[in-house]
Ligand binder design. Structure first.
Ligand SMILES: Cc1cc2nc3c(=O)[nH]c(=O)nc-3n(C[C@H](O)[C@H](O)[C@H](O)COP(=O)(O)O)c2cc1C
Length: 370
């Protein structure tokens, strides 16, 4: 197996030898409000748990004796070579618990070699993130909080700042009831000015945006084959399967249960991205084997940043890379390209699934309410 490049400081490597330790450190550093903001979902948190349940219900079918001495999780995305098929998913309000917020995340992405998608509700904003990480593969995600002229102005700024793709999040027509936040009166995000534009969006807005953009258009929050097919018909370049990490519609399917129908409907006419519960290298491998081109990482990104800023996030990515490479080698392949559905089999999950069930060595009570 090729030795993965190590880019974090030896002290950071020594401090975090497992992803468990990253999360444990994040828990120690975060106050209860910020912890619950990150780990929480909507109402019963069923969609959130189903994201993990769908991953946990897939087992691998390994092949052996195939010379796996040159394993690599590399891929090409938007014309750039990446070390892993990862988009650091858009996360709003990162500044609450990570001082440099989107700038720290973009810098980590550039330093390690993955892509970063900045949320329109994340500090320090488009131009400052460009200055912080000019060479990183940067993408931009928008919540529509204004009229078409407002959207066009932001799209033009995102393009001028070198963002390689523009993403519209479409699973937030209404802001959900996230009860961990509500019960603690942590409700700043529930009352954003201009939010009334979001429920009015239709496919006509997608057509309008597509006709204006010079960079590829991504729709984030696709949850059915029907909408995936519509997206392709409307010229969307990338279909992003997501339920917002279980933070929007409750009682939805896990993203990995939706992925196969979307892959089939898209039929290679667009790039397919998936997120939701992807916390481990083996989860990344499962998603790619099931037909995704790229995966989004939400909460793991938050934990890495909370644990140790940009360095903590680079370390998180290194650990994910180690897990991906070992998983690929043990499956009998040297690259992601060799994966397909034959490496997966449906099974039953062993543990009750939850935001932290990929980390059984932790003894953090996910359900406790502070
Ligand atoms: C704290 C937090 C804030 C988020 N903010 C945004 C956002 O601003 N825009 C967006 O499209 N998705 C947002 N998401 C959803 C993520 O982009 C992503 O879809 C989700 O986190 C993936 O699931 P995971 O956290 O299990 O990896 C947020 C998620 C979290 C955890």
């Amino acid at each position: 197996m090729t030795t993965p490049k190590q880019t974090s400081h030896p002290a950071t490597q020594h401090a975090f030898l497992t992803l468990h330790e990253i999360i444990q450190k994040a828990r120690q550093k975060l106050n209860h409000d910020h912890w619950d903001y990150i780990v929480g979902g909507t109402e019963t948190e069923t969609t959130l748990r189903r994201n993990r349940a769908a991953l946990d219900a897939l087992a691998f079918r390994p092949r052996v004796l195939r010379d796996v001495s040159h394993v690599s999780g590399e891929t090409t995305f938007l014309g750039r070579k990446l070390r892993l098929p990862i988009i650091l998913a858009p996360v709003g309000s990162l500044e609450l618990f990570a001082p440099e917020a989107g700038a720290a995340a973009a810098r980590a992405a550039g330093e390690f070699g993955v892509s970063h998608m900045l949320s329109s509700v994340c500090e320090p904003g488009i131009e400052a993130v460009q200055r912080a990480a000019p060479d990183a593969l940067r993408l931009f995600q928008l919540y529509v909080h204004g009229d078409p002229a407002w959207v066009d102005e932001i799209a033009a700024r995102a393009e001028a700042a070198g963002n390689a793709a523009f993403c519209l999040t479409v699973d937030t027509a209404h802001y959900s009831r996230r009860e961990r936040d509500l019960a603690k009166r942590n409700i700043r995000r529930h009352t954003v000015p201009g939010r009334e534009h979001q429920p009015r969006l239709t496919w006509k807005d997608v057509d309008r945006l597509k006709s204006k953009l010079k960079v590829p258009l991504i729709l984030k929050g696709i949850g059915t084959a029907e909408d995936a097919a519509l997206a392709v018909e409307h010229g969307v370049d990338m279909v992003y399967v997501s339920n917002h990490g279980g933070r929007q519609l409750d009682h939805g399917l896990g993203s990995m249960d939706v992925l196969p129908e979307v892959v089939k409907a898209v039929n290679k006419r667009a790039t397919v991205i998936v997120d939701g519960g992807i916390n481990r290298g083996s989860d990344i491998v499962k998603a790619i084997a099931a037909g995704a081109d790229m995966v989004g990482i939400g909460r793991m990104q938050c934990f890495g940043l909370a644990a140790d800023g940009s360095a903590g996030l680079v370390r998180t990515l290194e650990l994910l890379e180690a897990e991906v490479n070992i998983c690929l080698g043990l499956l009998g392949v040297n690259s992601l390209k060799e994966l397909d559905g034959s490496y997966l089999r449906a099974t039953t999950a062993l543990e009750p699934s939850g935001a932290l069930s990929a980390f059984p060595l932790l003894s953090i009570d996910e359900k406790s309410f502070y």
